[in-house]
Design a protein around this ligand. Structure first.
Ligand code: TMP
Length: 213
């Protein structure tokens, strides 16, 4: 059985990841691919329980390092139960956030350092590196405005100051530079349809290339 393909979506608040994940998955379905849509933190029963802890606004006292471990714990469960078995059985996995979110948010945003987070996640990932990472790039101010409009209730991660999100955004830019082979940066200030078209063209090309290998 030929290995499947692993696509991750990354981006700051209000970058429109979730809708783009859905649109991409429906294009892939239409083309006859077996697709698994999933997300982090979460994606498994235990992972969703961890997500309840990380998003609870009452957990204002959560230590940065504890947050990093919770994200990595959710990831370990997710890789073992969903990501790796799906890729192994030839499916295309489309994941809303993955390890780069930990590097950007905990490494840069919370200032734990990119290297510390990469080390902490190595065991959790067990070698599952994305084939393609789509970074939806939107200026921090615009992203936060969009997010506020679309959210009824604020979660714990909505309650950071703007400089935190600026560091996250800077982290993502550095990751895109560090991993040019798997990263594509898409301007997410454009319309949902325009962004979706651009993503579909990128994914189609990558998957065709992968199928020919
Ligand atoms: P979202 O699904 O609405 O994007 O919410 C996920 C939040 O969790 C978002 O604020 C980013 C944060 N997060 C981390 O801080 N580290 C991680 O490793 C992941 C996966 C998410």
């Amino acid at each position: 059985m030929k290995r499947g393909f692993f696509i991750t979506f990354e981006g700051g608040e209000g970058s429109g990841k979730s809708i783009q994940v859905e649109i991409l998955a429906s294009h892939l379905h239409e083309e006859g691919h077996a697709v698994v849509i999933t997300r982090e933190p979460g994606g498994t029963r235990v992972g969703e329980q961890i997500r309840t802890i990380t998003h609870d606004p009452e957990n204002v006292d959560l230590e940065a390092i504890t947050e990093a471990y919770l994200m990595a714990a959710s990831r370990a469960q997710h890789v073992a139960q969903i990501i790796e078995p799906s890729i192994e059985s030839g499916k295309i996995v489309v994941c809303d956030r993955y390890v780069d979110s930990s590097i950007a948010y905990q490494g840069f945003g919370r200032r734990l350092g990119a290297e510390t987070i990469e080390k902490l996640n190595a065991l959790a990932m067990n070698g599952a590196i994305p084939d393609l990472t789509i970074l939806l790039d939107v200026p921090v101010g615009i992203g936060l405005e969009r997010r506020l409009k679309s959210r009824k209730q604020k979660d714990r991660l909505d309650l950071q100051e703007k400089s935190f999100y600026e560091r996250v955004s800077d982290g993502y830019r550095q990751l895109a530079k560090k991993y040019p082979n798997r990263y594509v940066v898409v301007d997410a200030t454009k319309s949902i349809e325009a962004v979706a078209r651009e993503i579909w063209n990128i994914v189609k090309a990558k998957i065709n290339h992968h199928d020919k290998k």
